[in-house]
Ligand binder design. Structure first.
Ligand code: SF4
Ligand code: SF4
Ligand code: F3S
Length: 355
């Protein structure tokens, strides 16, 4: 975790951490690109971040698996995203901070008082309502703590599908009565950065955008930043030409799979999943699930655990039957066009009637 320097600007904090100018500019260019801005915006982003006062972020972990925090911190070397995130944040993080017990709670209270109305609240994990005692921090239930800290927050960032939509804890039959942050907080701006876990650069990107332009990003109908969730995985998937030609892998080790054909018939949920994995990728730009040979499981969408099964093709109940797809696939290009059209009709959450 970064050394705390409350008065430092983002630029000063980054320099103190040994981030090179080149690394910083690379990050700013990436930010400009993911925010769909011209490359010429990179120096403006750099200048703004350089002068921006380090904002206070309080991170509360509720019913979570720590995967969201791991996604930010687990790499063999610190990434620029990690460094930026440390530089502009984290006055309190239950999992990462050295302090524990009363000391930790005191740190949170102090950060809240010093930055009342200005701090960002980051939350990972869902909130159990069936019994407040299912998840507590310092003897305070998640739901009470959320209300308490949200009160003084400028905005709330729900990190991961659990905090954004309930996620895994909310999967049927939802034994803890798990809900999302936006189910409980109605009077603060909430940015949902979904994903199980979410892409680190989406988190840092949102913070960079707030710092650079002084405003919250444009959100989609699920409260997710459009810059990162504006298109489906399918829209940007490099296997799309195979889909359009009706060339599908039927098993994970058949000839089609070896040739890198489309994974639609193996259950890929890319056509109905909004995220930017195909462009930002994972593990410092190495790859993303589809590039590793596995279909997208829809991890950034509400209730994806309760969809029709991770390996069942979407067509079985949504696009007129698997058999129909098979027939059309034989016709080559036609299936791609029809299925693509069906995918574009999707806009409603999976699980709802699409007819
Ligand atoms: Fe874990 Fe996924 Fe929930 Fe994050 S969103 S806490 S990775 S289950
Ligand atoms: Fe890529 Fe999946 Fe779409 Fe096929 S169905 S093109 S693998 S996103
Ligand atoms: Fe999740 Fe699909 Fe990306 S499973 S990590 S949204 S490719």
């Amino acid at each position: 975790m970064a050394t705390l320097n409350l008065g430092a600007t983002v630029g000063e904090q980054l320099r103190a951490q040994g981030v090179s100018r080149r690394g910083f500019m690379k990050f700013c260019s990436t930010m400009a690109s993911v925010m769909a801005l011209a490359p010429a915006f990179a120096p403006r982003i750099a200048a703004a971040l350089d002068k921006a006062k380090r904002p206070s972020v309080i991170w509360l972990p509720f019913q979570e698996c720590t995967g969201c925090t791991e996604s930010l911190t687990r790499s063999h070397a610190p990434t620029i995203e990690n460094l930026i995130f440390d530089a502009i944040s984290l006055d309190y993080h239950e999992t990462l901070q050295a302090a524990a017990g009363h000391q930790a709670e005191e740190a949170r209270t102090k950060a809240m008082q010093a930055n009342w109305g200005e701090y960002f609240l980051a939350v990972d994990g869902s909130i159990p309502l069936a019994n407040k005692g299912y998840s507590t921090i310092g003897g305070v239930s998640n739901v009470d703590l959320l209300h308490q800290v949200a009160k003084g927050a400028k905005a709330i960032i729900a990190i991961g599908t659990c905090a954004s939509f309930g996620g895994l804890p909310k999967a049927n039959p939802n034994p803890t009565g798990a809900v999302s942050v936006s189910d409980l907080i109605k009077d603060k701006p909430i940015i949902n950065i979904s994903g199980c876990p979410p892409i680190p650069i989406a988190i840092t990107g949102v913070l960079a955008q707030v710092l650079t332009f002084g405003q919250l990003p444009e959100l989609d109908h699920y409260g997710r930043p459009k810059a990162f969730f504006g298109q489906t995985i399918h829209d940007r998937c490099y296997r799309r030409p195979f889909y359009e030609r009706g060339q599908f892998a039927e098993t994970f080790d058949d000839e089609g799979a070896k040739q890198g054909w489309c994974l639609f018939k193996l259950g890929c949920k890319g056509p109905v999943t909004y995220n930017s994995c195909p462009t930002t990728k994972w593990n410092m730009g190495v790859s993303f699930p589809i590039e590793s040979g596995h279909g997208c499981i829809g991890c950034s969408e509400p209730d994806f655990w309760d969809w029709q099964g991770l390996y069942r093709p979407l067509s079985t109940t949504r696009w007129g039957g698997y058999q129909a797809l098979g027939v059309a696939a034989a016709a080559g290009v036609a299936v791609g066009a029809v299925a693509a059209l069906a995918a574009r009709r999707k806009q409603r959450p999976v699980g709802e009637d699409q007819t």
